[in-house]
Write a protein that binds this ligand. Structure first.
Ligand code: CAA
Length: 283
């Protein structure tokens, strides 16, 4: 199956990054979100990311223009072309919200269309169950999508070999490195990363060190490009909490209990960069 048209559902941090990568590789992208303001913000994020790539001499101004021209924005799912070959879903980490989107999409796009979820941790098998389990897969990109090489590819219980092969080749054609992981809570990336971030929040909560010093230890001691608390702000504290809750519910193991400080900050609307304040403040 040759995929030319891709639909990206969700114009947030991850969805706009995914749309950018497909559009930069000459796919026709329909970027869908519920409000035009979200779409405008997503296009602005894409444009500034492309400007950074121009500054690095990674792309030309013409390539930026072509990439943006390859993206069509829409606030209605039924604006998605019937001959779309891939839907990449990147909406909030809510199973019910995702299932509702897939059920609507099932009647809009053709039967060959593959559904790929960018979910950070929710079971692909469960997400696939109500629509097209053989043509459903996890395609888990890393933030910031234009910069990060990894795509975790997660088969659901019924994902076909053909679907897996198409998505693996597609990831490579995007210049990414696909890694197959199995469908268990958190897959690999967040099964390892998020408990580390949660532990950093516990260290802050228990007064082991300041937020700045916790991040300094991991940057200078472990050569991490970002400290765990800065990274949590970058990912979004609401996303971090949702992932910890999936791990906690999925494994029924208290070691995955979310830190009370994380829960309190999310409840207070301190979500990190996207709310201009998390463990640190942002302009
Ligand atoms: N678009 C284009 N270029 C970008 C960019 C973007 N979004 N972000 C950074 N860059 C470029 C910058 O222009 C810069 O280029 P030069 O070095 O040539 O000037 C380069 O990348 C480095 O950027 P910065 O100088 O801003 O800062 P940095 O050196 O720290 O790199 C970073 C930024 C790549 C984000 C780096 O900090 C990093 O790798 N952080 C860790 C990110 C990470 O762990 N991501 C995974 C999170 S988990 C996840 O995403 C999955 C999930 O389910 C939650």
């Amino acid at each position: 199956m040759v995929i030319k048209n891709v639909a990206v559902i969700g114009a947030g941090t991850m969805g706009s990054g995914i749309a950018q990568v497909f559009a930069a590789n000459n796919f026709n992208v329909t970027l869908v979100d519920t409000e035009q303001t979200y779409l405008d913000k997503g296009i602005k994020t894409i444009s500034s990311s492309l400007d950074r790539l121009i500054k690095k001499n990674s792309i030309t101004a013409d390539q930026k223009d072509t990439t943006l021209k390859n993206i069509f924005t829409a606030t209605q799912l039924d604006s998605i072309p019937h001959d779309t070959g891939l839907v990449a879903e990147a909406i909030i980490e809510s199973k019910s919200a995702k299932l509702s989107i897939y059920n609507k999409l099932n009647d809009i796009v053709n039967q060959d269309c593959i559904f790929a979820s960018n979910t950070s941790s929710i079971s692909i098998t469960e997400l696939a169950a109500t629509t097209r389990p053989d043509r459903f897969i996890g395609m888990h990109f890393m933030n910031p999508v234009p910069m990060m090489q990894l795509v975790e590819i997660i088969r659901g219980y019924a994902t076909s070999d053909a679907t897996f092969d198409i998505i693996k080749q597609l990831s490579i054609s995007l210049g990414k490195t696909p890694v197959e992981v199995f469908d268990y809570p958190g897959f690999v990336a967040n099964r390892i990363l998020m408990p580390m971030i949660n532990e950093a929040i516990f260290a802050l909560f228990e007064g082991v060190a300041s937020a700045q010093d916790i991040d300094t230890v991991m940057k200078l001691g472990m050569n991490h490009p970002m400290g765990p608390l800065t990274l949590a702000d970058f990912i979004g504290l609401d996303v971090c909490l949702a992932i910890m809750e999936v791990l906690y519910d999925g494994f029924n193991d208290s070691k995955y209990r979310p830190c009370p400080l994380l829960k309190k900050m999310v409840a207070a609307g301190k979500l990190g960069r996207k709310s201009k304040e998390g463990f640190f403040k942002y302009d």
